[in-house]
Design a binder for this molecule. Structure first.
Ligand code: SF4
Length: 168
């Protein structure tokens, strides 16, 4: 494994630990086993993508890998059917696709039997996506557009200023 990758993995792990510690302090109604928020599009920065790829290749069981592969195939079919010419043209096209996926509640390809198959390396956006007051509108607003958690946005903003391309 390349030394640069080891450094990147350490940095991503450090970032995730710091985010988890901060998010632990925020009261939330989210519960273990709930995957409502996993039915929408997520944007993963390149650094985290590499770490996830390594996890899938080296840590994931063959059975789970085949589930994820099937999910990915379904996801790409969905993507091609819900974007102009099967591609993303610009930010507004991407946002339209994200709204559509949230509305259709199409699942993230890493969701297997209602559980995140890459949980130890799940991206920052998943670590900070919480619900504070009530879970009543989780299904109708998985993107949490109407009531974004301000602390969550602070975490993302602070990371962005350090050069991490994290989006909601
Ligand atoms: S990466 Fe995991 S936590 Fe994030 S949306 Fe996908 S299944 Fe859910």
């Amino acid at each position: 494994m390349a030394p640069n990758f080891n450094k990147l993995r350490r940095e991503v792990s450090r970032l995730h630990r710091a985010i988890d510690a901060r998010m632990m302090m925020i009261p939330k109604v989210c519960q273990r086993g709930c995957s409502v928020c996993c039915h929408q599009h997520i944007r993963i920065p390149g650094q985290e993508e590499l770490v996830i790829e390594e996890f899938v290749l080296n840590e994931m069981s063959a059975d789970t890998k085949s589930h994820v592969a099937a999910n990915l195939e379904a996801w790409f079919d969905y993507f091609e059917s819900n974007t102009p010419d099967g591609t993303i043209i610009d930010e507004s096209t991407l946002q339209a696709f994200e709204r559509q996926q949230a509305e259709d509640r199409f699942p993230c390809p890493f969701l297997v039997d209602g559980i995140c198959s890459i949980y130890p390396t799940r991206p920052t956006v998943c670590r900070v996506h919480i619900e504070q007051g009530t879970s009543a509108h989780c299904e109708s607003d998985p993107q949490k557009i109407t009531e974004p958690c301000s602390e969550r946005l602070d975490v993302l903003r602070s990371r962005n200023s350090e050069g991490w391309m994290v989006h909601l």
